[in-house]
Design a protein around this ligand. Sequence first.
Ligand code: 5GP
Ligand code: MG
Length: 179
Amino acid sequence: MEIDIKLGENTEVLFSKTEIQNKVAELGRKISKDYKDKNLYIISLLKGSFIFTADLVREIDIDTKINFVTTSSYSNNTETTGKVKLLTEIKEDLTEYDILIADDIVDSGLTMDFMVNYLKSKNPKSIKSCVLLDKPSRRKVDITADYVGFSIEDKFVVGYGLNFGDYYRNIPYIFSLKN
Ligand code: 5GP
Ligand code: MG
């Protein structure tokens, strides 16, 4: 699908800067509490979650390791290719850690499913997932994120790290096209 997104024209703001800020703070508080006696290690999926992760980790007040891996399933169109690739291997021993995968959005679920299975093979103490956005109606695999910011309808959204052709990641709010 080819779409041309121009800010202000035919776009709809779904979540404002403040709404996102409040939600991210709430997630951070929850995670800090749940992982107080654990060995938290956040693994963030680039590139989409770089802004979410940067904000989230500053709302977490317990010790945590943070790392980034690059997955890709989209190029510059809005449909998934169905194939998830990990562009950077994790070589580190993860057996002592409670892994929390951070991503911008769960759509088909293929990326999260792939990551959970990949990380399982490394035998960490636990694996959970945290996403800012969830599009449950689009699932191709049965997966539920453990921490979810907002659940949304089937709309292609951009802003706050989410891109269209690598544009719009810098927009501080989340918006979609009006139908
Ligand atoms: P999934 O594997 O669950 O289908 O999608 C994973 C990735 O696709 C997300 O991490 C995100 O980068 C991208 N994606 C899914 N839905 C959207 C969307 O509505 N907007 C944008 N910009 N990216 C999306
Ligand atoms: Mg992504």
